[in-house]
Design a protein around this ligand. Structure first.
Ligand SMILES: [Zn+2]
Length: 338
């Protein structure tokens, strides 16, 4: 048994509380208010809800390129770099990225893995020996579900995914798809596939949002990537008013997968509360992937992040929850419990 003391951002409201989290055999068994000398801040470890960590072999190779030039299959800079990398290079690069995710407090990530069964196997190989876990949305052929946790489709304008959709449903696995990234034309076709998860929805309009609410489809927003690829700003306020929204750092080619950076950017550029941003970075992604983490409460898996509230950066904050969302960096991480 172990006790983590400090300011605990407990429950679904992340209300700062002086107290302790009791952990036994990887599970939170109690959350108690107590007087404590500890200046630590204890919060749920992050769930990064959308990544492409395969492009760890192409970091910063697409600066200044458009969406089409940077990442569109099959001839983009990304796809050429991926095709040129050996399996060994790919696995090593993905492993380094996973190391960085662990260091910056991420417990799990939902990855769209390119290159079908081989691609999914390479990510499983990179995961070996790591504490952070990959929820893999595999590609190409539903047979990828032998290794992957779900199926990730590039977008409804790229191909007719109805056969894949049916096979994935038959297998009882989740089906996710990009929608509304450069424009709105693929949103209704994506919703027609009855997806379990939509990525982006930058160009979602009122009728799309109504369908999203009717179909109860969660959405992952990737606002930094949308900015760098200049496709527009996701309507995060409206998305939150209609469904569950999680945050993802998207292509490693374009962004380091630090949830601190995604949170700060989101809090400062959109009409959302810090509490909502923290929920998007923890609870929402966990719920989407069916993971038993993302909230500090008894009975949950103890995937926890401990920040040094007395670091030079965080010392003296008057609002620990806002400090986590708007100010903290990887340098403030004291410990990641996974
Ligand atoms: Zn993506």
């Amino acid at each position: 048994m172990e006790q983590l003391e400090g300011t605990v951002l407990a429950g679904s409201a992340f209300e700062p509380m002086a107290g302790r989290v009791v952990v036994d055999d990887g599970e939170i068994t109690a959350v108690e208010a107590v007087d404590t000398e500890s200046t630590d801040i204890v919060l749920p470890a992050f769930v990064n809800a959308h990544t492409h960590i395969g492009d760890s072999v192409a970091k910063d190779a697409a600066v200044g390129l458009s969406l089409e030039e940077a990442v569109a299959p099959p001839d983009s800079r990304k796809h050429r770099r991926l095709a040129a990398a050996s399996r060994e290079e790919l696995v090593a690069a993905m492993g380094r990225t996973m190391g960085f995710m662990e260091q910056t407090g991420t417990a799990a990530f939902l990855d769209f893995r390119e290159f079908g069964l081989e691609g999914a196997r390479a990510l499983r190989a990179a995961e070996d020996g790591r504490d952070v876990s990959a929820f893999i949305f595999g590609s190409d052929d539903p047979a990828v579900l032998a290794v992957a946790d779900g199926f990730g489709a590039s977008g409804a304008n790229d191909a007719d995914f109805s056969a894949e959709r049916a096979a994935v449903r038959e297998a009882g696995a989740p089906f996710a798809i990009h929608a509304g990234e450069p424009d709105a034309t693929d949103i209704h076709p994506a919703l027609d596939l009855e997806p379990d998860l939509l990525i982006h929805m930058v160009h979602a309009e009122a009728d799309h949002l109504e369908r999203v609410a009717d179909q109860s489809v969660p959405i992952v927003a990737c606002p930094r990537t949308n900015a760098v690829l200049d496709v527009g700003r996701p309507p995060i306020r409206e998305l939150l008013d209609h469904t569950t929204v999680a945050l993802g750092t998207d292509n490693v080619m374009l962004n380091g997968p630090s949830m601190f950076r995604e949170m700060e950017y989101t809090a400062k550029n959109f009409d959302v509360t810090d509490r909502e941003v923290l929920r998007m970075a923890t609870t929402a992604g966990a719920a989407i992937a069916g993971l038993d983490c993302g909230v500090i409460e008894p009975g949950r898996r103890a995937a926890l992040l401990v920040l040094d509230g007395d670091s030079d950066n965080l010392a003296g904050t008057e609002n620990p929850r806002s400090a986590v969302v708007r100010r903290a960096t990887g340098l403030d991480v004291k410990r990641v419990v996974l």
